[in-house]
Design a protein around this ligand. Structure first.
Ligand code: SAH
Ligand code: SF4
Ligand code: F3S
Length: 444
C-alpha cells in the first residue's frame, strides 16, 4: 500500500517505561513498513509519547505539539498522534483536541497495542481518531519492539501502580498494578541474551511488588531465575519502593553475580511528618534500616534515590531532616524535584502549598550537598581500573561512554567500535558525577 513508504518520528518524554513503550510504537510502525527518522520536519507521522508527572513535562510536550501547527498546515497529509500519560488524564483528550485541532490521533497508555489500527483508520477513513480507554486487567503480549537502547534491553515486569502516593499522578494514568507472567519475562530475557544484549533492565513502577497479584512468585524469585540464564550479561531493575523492599530480595541481589550492585530506592523526603502526608508507608528510620541491611549484604552497593522538596506544609525543619538523611546515607546519585501539584491528586488541594521561591532555594541547597558527595565518590575512582559496559558514543564529547556495576558513568576514547563490549577502563580524571578514563583492555 502507498503509505508503506512513509517516515515516522517518535518524540518521547518521561520515564524508562515510556522510553520502552516508544520502542513498541516504533515496532508497530516498522512492522507496517514505515521508516524511522530523527527529525519531525522529515516525518510524515509524528508520535508524541507524553508524560505528566510534573507540570514542566506537560508544558514541554504541549509546546512541541503546538510548534507543529505550521508544518502540518504546509503538509496536510502529515499525521500527528499524541499518546502516553498526559492524554490518559480525565478530560484531557478533549482539552488537547480543542487546543490543537490539527492533532489527528489521540490514544492512551492502555491501548498502545492498537496503534496500528489507529494509523490505518486515519489513513483510510481520513477521520480523527480519539481513543483513550480505562484499561482492563489483561496484559497484551507479542507487541513488536524496535529496540533503541542496545546493549541494554528493557523488560516490563509489572505495569501500573497501587500505591497512590498523595502527590503522584501515575496510578491515575497507568491504572492498577498488573504483573506479567514470569514465563513471558524469562523468554524475553533469553531472547535478548541470544541476540547479544549485554544488559537487561527489569521495569516497573514498583518492581518489589511483582507477583503479588499472581500469588506464586515474587521479585526475588524472578531475579534468581533471570540470573540463571546463561550468558555474559548484567541485570538491573527499577524502581523500588522502600515499603516493599524485602530481605529476601536483598539476599537474591547479593547472591547473583549478574545483578549489578546498585539500587535505586526513592526516599522522597527525610521528615516523618512529610512521609506520612505523602502516603509513603515508611519512616526515615525504616529507610535508614534498609540502607544498613543493603550494606550488610553488599558493603559496596551504590544506592541512588529520588527526592522532592516543597511538598505542601514542608517547613524548614522538615527540609533539614531531608538534608540530614542525605548526609547520613551518602547516596551515589539523586534525582531531585520541586513538588508540582497534579490535578486530581490529594496533595494538590492540601493547605500549605509552598511558594516556588522557597522550594527553589531548598532544591539548590540539596543539589549542592549531593554534588559535593558525587565529587567525593568520583574522586575515589582516580587511578583505578574498572569494568565498563560500553553503551554508546557521545558525538559532542567525541568519546565512548558506559557504566560500571555501580551505575557510575565513564567516558573514554576508542579506535574500534566498542558499543556492547565490556571494557576495562583506567580512570585518569574525575569531575562531578562522571569519570574520564583510558581503555586498558577490551573484552569480548
Ligand atoms: N514509581 C517510581 C517513580 C515515579 S515518578 C517510584 O515510586 O519511585 C519518578 C519521581 O518523580 C518520583 O520518585 C518522585 O520523586 C517524582 N515525582 C512524582 N510526582 C511528582 C510531583 N507531583 N511533583 C514533583 N515530583 C514528582
Ligand atoms: Fe507514584 Fe508512588 Fe506509584 Fe511511584 S509508588 S508511581 S511515586 S504512586
Ligand atoms: Fe511520566 Fe507516565 Fe512515566 S507520568 S514518569 S511517563 S509513568
Amino acid at each position: 500500500m502507498a503509505y508503506y513508504d512513509k517516515k515516522y518520528c517518535i518524540v518521547t518524554y518521561g520515564c524508562q517505561m515510556n522510553i520502552h513503550e516508544s520502542e513498541k510504537l516504533g515496532g508497530i510502525l516498522a512492522e507496517m513498513g514505515f521508516t524511522a527518522v530523527n527529525d519531525v520536519k522529515l516525518a510524515d507521522i509524528v508520535v508524541f509519547n507524553t508524560c505528566c508527572i510534573r507540570e514542566n513535562a506537560e508544558k514541554r510536550a504541549e509546546g512541541n505539539i503546538g510548534a507543529l501547527k505550521k508544518l502540518k498546515h504546509a503538509k496536510s497529509d502529515m499525521i500527528i498522534a499524541v499518546g502516553g500519560c498526559m492524554t490518559q488524564q480525565k478530560g484531557y483528550a478533549e482539552k488537547l483536541t480543542d487546543k490543537f485541532p490539527f492533532v489527528d490521533i489521540v490514544f492512551g497508555t492502555h491501548n498502545l497495542e492498537d496503534f496500528k489500527d489507529f494509523i490505518v483508520r486515519r489513513l483510510e477513513d481520513k477521520k480523527h481518531v480519539i481513543s483513550v480507554s480505562d484499561g482492563d486487567n489483561r496484559i497484551k503480549e507479542g507487541t513488536p519492539k524496535l529496540r533503541s537502547s542496545f546493549p541494554n534491553g528493557w523488560v516490563n515486569v509489572n505495569y501500573g501502580c497501587n500505591n497512590f502516593c498523595s502527590y503522584c499522578i501515575v496510578p491515575y494514568v497507568r491504572g492498577r498494578e498488573k504483573s506479567r507472567d514470569m514465563g513471558a519475562i524469562l523468554s524475553e530475557c533469553q531472547e535478548l541474551v541470544d541476540a547479544g544484549y549485554k544488559e537487561i533492565t527489569l521495569l516497573g513502577q514498583n518492581v518489589n511488588s511483582y507477583g503479588k497479584d499472581l500469588g506464586n512468585a515474587d521479585f526475588a524469585d524472578l531475579i534468581e531465575k533471570v540470573s540463571a540464564i546463561e550468558g555474559d550479561f548484567r541485570l538491573r531493575f527499577m524502581t523500588n519502593h522502600p515499603k516493599d523492599l524485602s530481605e529476601k530480595l536483598i539476599a537474591a541481589v547479593a547472591k547473583s553475580d549478574k545483578t549489578c550492585k546498585s539500587i535505586h530506592l526513592p526516599v522522597q523526603a527525610g521528615s516523618n511528618r512529610i512521609l506520612k502526608l505523602m502516603n509513603r508507608h515508611y519512616t526515615r528510620e525504616d529507610y535508614l534500616k534498609e540502607v544498613e541491611l543493603l550494606r550488610k549484604y553488599m558493603p559496596d552497593i551504590a544506592i541512588s534515590t529520588d527526592i522532592m522538596v516543597g511538598f505542601p506544609t514542608e517547613t524548614e525543619s522538615d527540609f533539614e531532616d531531608t538534608l540530614d538523611l542525605v548526609r547520613q546515607v551518602k547516596f551515589a546519585g539523586a534525582f531531585t524535584f520541586v513538588y508540582s501539584p497534579r490535578k486530581g491528586t490529594p496533595a494538590a488541594t492540601m493547605d500549605g502549598q509552598i511558594p516556588s521561591e522557597i522550594s527553589k532555594r531548598r532544591i539548590i541547597r540539596l543539589i549542592d550537598m549531593q554534588n559535593a558527595e558525587n565529587r567525593r565518590q568520583s574522586k575515589a575512582y582516580l587511578n583505578r581500573t574498572i569494568e565498563i559496559l560500553c553503551e554508546g558514543f557521545d558525538s559532542r564529547k567525541g568519546k565512548y561512554l558506559g557504566r560500571d556495576t555501580y551505575g557510575r558513568m565513564a567516558y573514554f576514547d576508542g579506535k574500534t567500535n566498542l558499543i556492547g563490549k565490556f571494557v576495562k577502563v583506567k580512570i585518569t580524571k574525575t569531575g562531578g558525577i562522571s569519570l574520564m578514563g583510558e581503555v586498558a583492555d577490551i573484552g569480548e
